[in-house]
Design a protein around this ligand. Structure first.
Ligand code: NI
Length: 173
């Protein structure tokens, strides 16, 4: 299966609100599979469609990877947070579109998420820990939001400058 290249911040497509998927065509299912391959290869634990330049509400993730247990690949079409806990926690985050940069982000600890799976069935599940965090991070991508938006302006500018330099080096437009 082909692997896509991942867009690096700053890029307009990473700042654009993604559109709802109305018709779950083979093309989108294929895209979701390609995204999983791309994510595993990176390696990463989550990827949103805008990160490979497709402005669609589609995310993939597998947070089991980091705990070296069994694989649990998830492909979520039109994911939506239905409920979140009042309890919040702070953890360090990174992003495949902002390589080698990390920052502490505060988010709700537990979230209930609704989505459509690749067979067209509506799902709802409650996630906690790293899963809850990863899903919120990926859904942010669908709104054109990045984890650095939670950091101080100074830190964000510093990271953005580093990324511009990196992009020049690898020639990504
Ligand atoms: Ni990300």
């Amino acid at each position: 299966m082909p692997i896509k290249s991942i867009l690096i911040h700053p890029d307009k497509r990473l700042r654009t609100k993604a559109v709802e998927i109305i018709d779950l065509s083979d093309e989108y299912i294929k895209l979701a599979d390609t995204m999983l391959e791309t994510m595993y290869a990176a390696p990463g634990i989550g990827l949103a469609a805008p990160q490979i330049g497709s402005l669609l509400r589609l995310i993939v993730l597998d947070c089991n990877k980091v705990e070296e247990s069994e694989f649990r690949p998830l492909q979520m079409f039109n994911p939506k947070i239905m409920e979140f806990s009042e309890e919040r926690d702070i953890q360090e985050e990174g992003c495949l579109s902002i390589p080698d940069q990390f920052g502490e982000v505060e988010r709700p600890s537990v979230v209930s998420v609704g989505w459509v799976d690749k067979t067209g069935i509506e799902k709802k599940e409650t996630f906690e820990g790293i899963w809850a965090r990863c899903i919120q991070h990926e859904i942010d991508h669908l709104e054109g939001k990045l984890f650095i938006d939670y950091l101080t302006p100074l830190r964000r500018q510093l990271i953005t400058r580093k990324m511009k330099k990196l992009k020049k080096g690898i020639n990504q437009k």
